[in-house]
Design a protein around this ligand. Structure first.
Ligand code: MG
Length: 388
């Protein structure tokens, strides 16, 4: 029985992970659940999965949660950053699934690594912000970090059984999002509703917007660079609108391995939780004859400025990716709140990167500092730019 801590249990990844847990009760149990503020759903999850510990963002929500759980199952309810760290390092926990949204995932993931837990990593911002530090810490603690992001799970699977020195490059695929064929001139008019309608994947609002701007692909590029210790020049983004190929790896002899499957997050989640075994999830195998064709194209870097900016930040290194991420979080929130037009997201990120500059060699304090500074500058730029 593998005991899990699920950080971000009320989000899209968290809910899918609990579906996997529910389907394989003989393999997994839940020791800790952590959410931000979805108290009602978390209370339901506590009743169903009976964790030892549950965590929410603040004391107010913790009181609400105690109220909702009432005379239900016994559970220790904690809150705030100490609470998240406690859930991540709970003695009974074997694997921590980090599925919190954004920069909030960084410190709990580090706490889990320090406590020697296996990590199922869904929070890509952890590696975007502090990839060098996090990967070094994981090596030092001999902790494995297994990817939950579908692309990185695919790359991980394509690397299995091959020699690393034979790797030529990683081909990171992405659907291109809902605006792949839309004119750049009309980007300013894109509404929140349009941007939240992703063609292939069902996800939370932040990552759905990131997928539409291709910032998600940029963050994944930086994530891949750290997770697989591959320099940026050996990672290539390929647009593949059908989302059937989840990514590929090319070898020195020109041979390419790809991992394919239906776009359903349970595949990557289950693989990270049960590696090296494959669970009988019975997700439908794609009907290739019905699909007819799989297509591929180069990303349009002029149209999708966020991807170009992320690649530049990856190249520059240091604190630039942390600033990029902070600016993007602020800009996406402003867009979702109707305080910034859609094309303002890239503009905020670009100006914030230019104004914040970068420090090359960084420690954790430097990263958190860059994150704070990035947020302040981005908020200023967002206020100036929008709404239109
Ligand atoms: Mg992904």
């Amino acid at each position: 029985m593998k005991q899990l801590a699920i950080l971000g249990s009320t989000g899209s990844i968290g809910q899918n992970a609990l579906k996997v847990v529910a389907a394989f009760p003989e393999r997994f149990s839940v020791a800790a659940l952590a959410a931000h503020s979805s108290v009602d759903l978390l209370a339901e999850q506590i009743h169903r999965f009976r964790p030892e510990v549950a965590v929410v963002i603040d004391a107010n929500r913790a009181a609400q949660l105690r109220d909702r759980v009432g005379n239900g199952p016994p559970v220790q309810i904690l809150h705030g950053s100490d609470g998240y760290a406690a859930a991540a390092s709970l003695p009974s926990v074997h694997t921590v699934l980090t599925a919190m949204v954004g920069a909030a995932g960084l410190m709990p993931t580090l706490a889990a690594i320090d406590a020697g837990k296996s990590i199922a990593l869904a929070n890509k911002e952890t590696l975007v912000m502090a990839g060098d530090i996090v990967m070094a810490r994981a090596r030092e603690k001999e902790v494995s970090i297994l990817p939950v992001d579908s692309e990185h799970s695919a790359i991980f699977q394509c690397l299995a059984g091959n020699r690393r020195q034979d790797l030529d490059r990683i081909l990171l695929t992405g659907s291109g999002g809902p605006f792949r064929t839309r004119d750049r001139e009309s980007f300013a008019a894109i509404t929140v509703e349009e941007a939240l309608a992703h063609p292939n994947w069902q996800m939370g609002p932040k990552i759905t917007i990131d997928s539409s701007t291709l910032m998600n692909k940029g963050l994944e590029f930086i994530e891949a660079r750290h997770l697989f210790d591959v320099p940026p020049e050996r990672i290539e983004v390929v647009i593949h609108p059908q989302s059937i190929v989840h990514s590929m790896v090319a070898y020195a002899d020109g041979s390419v391995m790809a991992q394919l499957g239906a776009p359903d997050m349970r595949g990557a989640i289950a693989y990270a939780l049960s590696y090296p075994e494959r669970l009988a999830l019975k997700l439908p195998v794609p009907d290739f004859a019905a699909l007819g064709q799989l297509t591929f194209e180069a990303p349009d870097m002029d149209k999708f400025r966020c991807l170009a900016l992320a690649l530049k930040a990856c190249e520059g290194g240091g604190t630039l990716p942390a600033v990029l991420n902070a600016a993007n979080e602020v800009a996406v929130e402003a867009f979702l709140d109707h305080r910034l037009p859609y094309d303002g997201i890239a503009a905020v990120v670009e100006e914030t990167l230019a104004r914040c500059g970068s420090t090359r060699s960084v420690d954790m304090a430097g990263i958190l500092d860059a994150d704070r500074q990035g947020r302040v500058v981005a908020a200023e730029v967002a206020t100036r730019l929008g709404p239109r």
